[in-house]
Design a protein around this ligand. Structure first.
Ligand SMILES: [Zn+2]
Length: 253
C-alpha cells in the first residue's frame, strides 16, 4: 500500500508540470505557428512579450486574477502562504476554504475527487529542470542542446501555474488514478466527476485553465484535470465569456 502511494506521488511530481504543446520550430513570436490562429480571433491580440509579472496585493478584490504562462513569469521571490486542503496537499491560504468546500460538496453529491497535485515551489521547478538538463548532457548532448530539449518538456521556473499556489490537478478518485497507472490523461473528461467539475467548479472560484479549443492560445495541451482559482466572481465571468484566461486578461486592460 505504502509503495503504491510512493509510486503515485512520484508520478504526480513528474506529471503535474503541465505539458507545453509542440511549438513547431520552437522559435518565438509570430513564426511559432500558434500565435495568430485562435479560433475566436481574440488570440491574435494576446500579449506574447516576456515579462516578470506583478502579483496583485491580497487586499485587492481581484487578488487571484493574474496570468502565469510561458510569457508571464512569477517573480523569483514569490512564495504564497499556504493552508492544507487535504492530508497531503496545501493551497493558497486565501483560496483554501473555497477549495475544501468544493471537495466536500462534490463528496456530498457522490463524487470523490482526488487531488493529485497543487503547489510546487519555484525552487523545485529549478531542480527538476536542472536534473533533466544534466541527464541529457550525460546522454551526449551539448549543454545548450540539453537546455533546449529540457525546456521543451518542462516549464521554466516561475512559468508554471503550479508555482502560484492557485492551481490544482484533480482526477475522479484514487482508484481511477490507480487504474490509470498514475497518469493524467484526457480520458478523465469521460468521467461523471469531470462533468460535475464542468458544471460546478466556477461556483467555488475555479476555471478549467487549458480548454480543448484553446490550445493554440494557451500553448498548453488540453488538460481536463487542471483547474485554476481566480475567485468566484471572476470564475463566473470567465465561464460565461467562453474565453480562456489569456483572452480574458486582454479584455481587462
Ligand atoms: Zn496542472
Amino acid at each position: 500500500m505504502k509503495r503504491a502511494i510512493c509510486a503515485a506521488l512520484f508520478a504526480a511530481l513528474l506529471l503535474c508540470a503541465c505539458t507545453p504543446i509542440d511549438k513547431g520550430d520552437g522559435s518565438s513570436g509570430t513564426s511559432s505557428g500558434v500565435s495568430s490562429q485562435g479560433e475566436s480571433g481574440v488570440g491574435a491580440a494576446v500579449d506574447k512579450t516576456d515579462k516578470i509579472i506583478t502579483v496583485p496585493s491580497e487586499d485587492d478584490p481581484n487578488w487571484a486574477l493574474f496570468l502565469v504562462n510561458n510569457y508571464n513569469q512569477l517573480p523569483d521571490d514569490y512564495v504564497p502562504q499556504l493552508s492544507p486542503v487535504t492530508k497531503e496537499q496545501s493551497f493558497h491560504h486565501k483560496a483554501a476554504d473555497d477549495f475544501k468546500a468544493m471537495l466536500a460538496d462534490a463528496q456530498a453529491a457522490g463524487f470523490n475527487l482526488y487531488v493529485v497535485c497543487t503547489y510546487r515551489t519555484i525552487e523545485y521547478q529549478k531542480n527538476l529542470l536542472e536534473n533533466d538538463i544534466q541527464k541529457r548532457i550525460k546522454e551526449g548532448l551539448s549543454s545548450e542542446e540539453a537546455r533546449q530539449a529540457a525546456e521543451f518538456n518542462i516549464q521554466k521556473p516561475g512559468k508554471s501555474e503550479h508555482n502560484t499556489g492557485l492551481a490544482t490537478d484533480i482526477v475522479a478518485s484514487w482508484s481511477w488514478y490507480e487504474q490509470n497507472d498514475y497518469e493524467l490523461t484526457e480520458s478523465f473528461d469521460q468521467t461523471p466527476e469531470f462533468a460535475w467539475l464542468s458544471q460546478n467548479a466556477y461556483k467555488y472560484g475555479f476555471i478549467l485553465r487549458y480548454p480543448k479549443d484553446k490550445e493554440a492560445i494557451t500553448e498548453i495541451t488540453y488538460e481536463p484535470w487542471h483547474y485554476r482559482y481566480v475567485g468566484k466572481e471572476q470564475a463566473k465571468l470567465i465561464k460565461d465569456s467562453g474565453l480562456c484566461l489569456e483572452e480574458y486578461m486582454q479584455t481587462q486592460k
